[in-house]
Write a protein that binds this ligand. Structure first.
Ligand SMILES: C[S@@+](CC[C@H](N)C(=O)[O-])C[C@H]1O[C@@H](n2cnc3c(N)ncnc32)[C@H](O)[C@@H]1O
Length: 461
């Protein structure tokens, strides 16, 4: 099924219109900027994108990326827009993705906008000079209200992008971590908010608990009675058992957990080094706090002496995370190869990453919309407005809502900002489907009413 769309905002003629194949087609090609070790690229690949190039200025991140994701990352200072933008434009990507540096916005860093915040503007410059159909940007929540994002947003809007901007909690997108991040998805010619409902509906009803990662890491456990008080007694079934002597004794109720027990994290809580006065100890039945470079540091005596009142178990006996643990909590696969880098740099790359499961879920929603497999929402208050303002009986309201949904299917999920482009695309779809005249005018009328309602909303009436 083919849908012809008109990019009127870009001044393209109908004959130059992109032909979008609904339901299938070649993978969308993406260029990632500020790619780090590759968390976001991994997720986008899993969703079905083809990553054609990735940029980062850190050699070690590029090495890790290339070894694990594929050899398309290059070392480059993205501040050199004049030399890199033409290179990206030649690649003709369908999407530019990236998480520009966030330290200047981050609650963990200085709160003054500096050089690094400028990269949010630079990201917008790359998008505007390449004009891909889509872009996706990730940043810390704080970036929402920054001067850098206000400038970037203006540039992107002027270039014809409709924006879907929201804060997502990674714990609802396949990651056992309460990591709240600003996500902005842009598409040429769309209305703002065009993908909002689809992304929100992709969220899981419950946050993912740490057990989702640690349950698999540690598996089942057996008790083997220790020969001395300072030896451990609990062993994972996935490791070699201790030498069997007189081990067949039940675990005594008085057994005190040993730090090397394979189920130690389960019985003792996990310690994540907190900021300021936040909580440090978490159970496996909740998501982790946002992973930062220092998350796996041991509790200091100041914390042990002054613990958070909500700690489920004492910090002094809590499980201390390994680098492998933080890597897994950030969504990297168990066999991800971090070798050859300074441990401190690896901690930073892990903390920087967009967790791959979250990137994959976002990527899937973009692809579903690109293929016409999802449509923008028809909000319930449209129906209320029809009842109140147009005095429509309930059956007519239901019909009108259904017809708007049908229009959106016919438009392949597009939410075109330009009314002329939308009308043209709709007439093309009517022809393609061979719809009867009466049906066409019902759908046209319902869509007109919907747009009227949207204008009322925008005008604040
Ligand atoms: C928030 S991290 C991105 C993480 C990445 N999206 C991921 O999922 O792993 C920001 C990245 O920007 C890179 N960076 C900072 N300044 C840069 C510059 N001038 N040119 C290129 N990369 C830069 C850093 O090395 C860091 O890897």
């Amino acid at each position: 099924m083919l849908l012809e769309t008109v990019g009127l905002d870009l001044g393209s003629s109908p004959t130059e219109q992109a032909k979008l194949e609904i339901g299938k087609g070649p993978p969308l090609r993406v260029v990632e900027l500020y790619a780090g070790a590759g968390g976001m690229s991994l997720g986008l690949q899993r969703a079905g994108f083809e990553v054609v190039r990735a940029y980062d200025h850190m050699q070690s991140a590029v090495d890790i990326y290339n070894r694990n994701v594929g050899y398309h990352a290059v070392v480059a200072d993205l501040g050199n827009v004049a030399s890199i933008a033409p290179e990206i434009a030649k690649l003709k990507p369908d999407m530019i993705a990236g998480g520009p540096p966030c330290q200047d916005f981050s609650p963990a860093g200085a709160r003054i906008e500096g050089e690094r915040a400028n990269h949010t503007r630079t990201f917008a410059l790359y998008v505007c000079s390449t004009a891909p159909e889509w872009f996706m940007m990730e940043n810390v929540q704080r970036a929402r209200n920054s001067a850098a994002w206000a400038d970037a947003r203006d540039m992107l809007k002027n270039a014809g992008y409709g924006l879907t901007q929201l804060v997502v909690n990674a714990a609802l997108y396949g990651v056992p971590q309460k990591r709240k991040r600003l996500i902005v998805v842009g598409r040429l010619g769309e209305r703002d908010g065009f993908l909002l409902a689809s992304i929100q509906q992709a969220a899981t009803p419950e946050p993912m608990p740490l057990r989702a990662v640690f349950g698999n890491l540690f598996g089942d456990h057996v008790y083997s009675h220790p020969r001395a008080l300072d030896r451990r007694g609990v062993w994972s079934v996935d490791e070699p058992s201790p030498t069997i002597r007189n081990a067949r004794r039940p675990q005594p109720a008085t057994y005190a957990p040993h730090r090397n027990d394979s189920n130690y994290s389960e019985v003792s809580g996990l310690y994540f080094r907190p900021f300021h006065d936040a909580r440090g100890v978490y159970t496996l039945d909740e998501p982790a706090p946002s992973i930062v470079r220092t998350s796996r540091e041991r509790p200091r005596s100041s914390y042990i002496d002054n613990p958070h009142p909500d700690d489920p178990t004492p910090a002094a006996t809590a499980y201390i995370l390994t680098q492998n643990d933080t890597s897994r909590i950030q969504g990297f696969p168990a066999d991800w190869d971090w070798s050859g880098c300074l441990s401190r740099d690896v901690d930073q790359m892990i903390a920087n990453a967009v967790p791959a499961p979250m990137a994959a879920m976002l990527g899937k929603e973009i692809l579903r919309r690109e293929r016409g497999e999802s449509q923008p929402d028809v909000p319930g208050n449209f129906g209320q407005w029809l009842t109140k303002e147009k005095r429509m009986p309930s059956q007519m309201v239901a019909n009108a809502k259904w017809r708007v949904k049908r229009a959106r299917q016919l438009l392949g999920g597009r939410d075109l900002r330009c009314l002329g482009a939308e009308a043209y695309a709709l007439e093309t779809a009517f022809e393609r489907e061979g719809l009867a005249k009466a049906k066409r005018s019902e759908i046209r009328r319902a869509l007109r009413q919907f747009r009227e309602w949207q204008e009322h909303l925008q005008a604040g009436i």
